[in-house]
Design a protein around this ligand. Sequence first.
Ligand SMILES: Nc1ncnc2c1ncn2[C@@H]1O[C@H](COP(=O)(O)OP(=O)(O)OP(=O)(O)O)[C@@H](O)[C@H]1O
Ligand SMILES: [Mg+2]
Length: 506
Amino acid sequence: MKHILALDQGTTSSRAIVFSADGRVVSRSGREITQLYPQPGWVEHDADEILSTQLQTAREALSGVIGEVSAIGITNQRETTLIWDRSTGKPVHNAIVWQDRRTAAHCDDLKARGLEAAWRAKTGLLIDPYFSATKLAWLLNSVPDLKARAAAGELCFGTVDSWLIWNLTGGAVHATDITNASRTLLFNIYTREWDEDILQTLGIPPAILPEVKASSAHYGFAASLGGLPIAGVAGDQHAALFGQACLQAGMAKNTYGTGCFMLLNTGKEAVSSAAGLLTTPAWSLPERSELGFTKIQTTQLGETVTYALEGSVFMAGAVVQWLRDEMKFFTDAREVEAMAASVPDNAGVYLVPAFAGLGAPHWDAYARGTIVGLTRGTGRAHIARAALEAIAYQVRDVLEAMQRDSGVTLAALRVDGGASLNDLLMQFQADILGVPVERPVITETTALGAAYLAGLQTGVFDLETIATSWKLERRFEPRMDASTRDRLYAGWQRATERAKGWLEAE
Ligand SMILES: Nc1ncnc2c1ncn2[C@@H]1O[C@H](COP(=O)(O)OP(=O)(O)OP(=O)(O)O)[C@@H](O)[C@H]1O
Ligand SMILES: [Mg+2]
């Protein structure tokens, strides 16, 4: 009874992994989910498909081992916004995905009203379509009757974690955790409450909001999965920071999934950014002693919140998917490495993947993707290489901002996520940062972090075990000379300027 089931509901797939008490993968299952693009810049998911794929994969992973499993941890794509009917449980609309830009004009308006500084001081975020708030407002204002029904308490808002918790518990629990709440732009990360002023400005009735709990807490029982307790919940990037055992202030990880997300643990201090990064709770845990874990079953958001600085890059591995699905360069994302390696360098070609605008540190909702430096000799291999290099350049943009904001100089960067398995990309990353890159044995750290959070609550894991179970698989040392590094990065910066402000505001 010591295994933990982690549900990892990502942007591109639903995954379920059973971990043993020593952090090994016992069983796993995954399914891709459909991406819906109803208009340019809009991205949606079918809420029922999110649920059905997650349940299917959970049942597959549990098959044959359910008797050994003691609890469930949930981690999820963040900011993605859902509303469902409290009595029927039916979603009123597709989920609006974090990448969706439909609320750019609304955000411009809020910024023009001078609200950004005050909202930032409460939420740690910027005003950008990325976050849930304006997506929720869009739904309430665009779908007939929703606003009145929300005010009457007939509807539930949730990010994907809440949607899963609600359904797993048979509609008994409407809750979220502090990390997911902090990505809505509606939550004050200092007082740890929903913010009345922001709610009022956006016309969002408080009755629609979920209860906010600690990341490691008892959420309820999953009736649809053998009655197992849900004991840990965190947004995917926060879970990955925990799964990478970045438990001390000054430790950072970077996840290469659909996007790239670098988080730096800043300890009990919430560091505000002057360089375009976000301030965010990393997690909140039950009360504990310094080293060990004392089992207090509290769900209070007490003095146990750890904070992080975050750099969010919207497009990373998704560029490789785009080369695969839209450009038909190859049929499997892994083939990008051989294609890129078939040329010695980018031959001056840069690809800026601003498909959903640019996130940190630029924050330009009107930027769009571009390829520059094309010549008659440019081939697919150069573009594939430019796509991989773009992932690494964006990470450098973020790391520089992070070092400026925090004063921390990283000794090494811990990496994870699907694209971190690409050796060429990881070597180029070390080269372009001038910082060693460390890849652990388990790169499914998002799921592992959710399992850790659930296992902490149920007494399967303690913090000491988590800290000592991180194992290095491979370290990439910087090998590029400084002048090449500077020349390449300067080219990237010029290319980025070409992509900015492309779309004309409505
Ligand atoms: N060898 C590779 N080289 C480069 N990119 C890769 C490689 N293998 C997978 N990817 C990319 O990594 C991404 C998948 O990574 P991962 O499974 O961590 O993402 P995910 O968890 O589904 O993302 P999210 O949680 O954002 O949905 C895809 O975008 C894919 O294109
Ligand atoms: Mg993921």
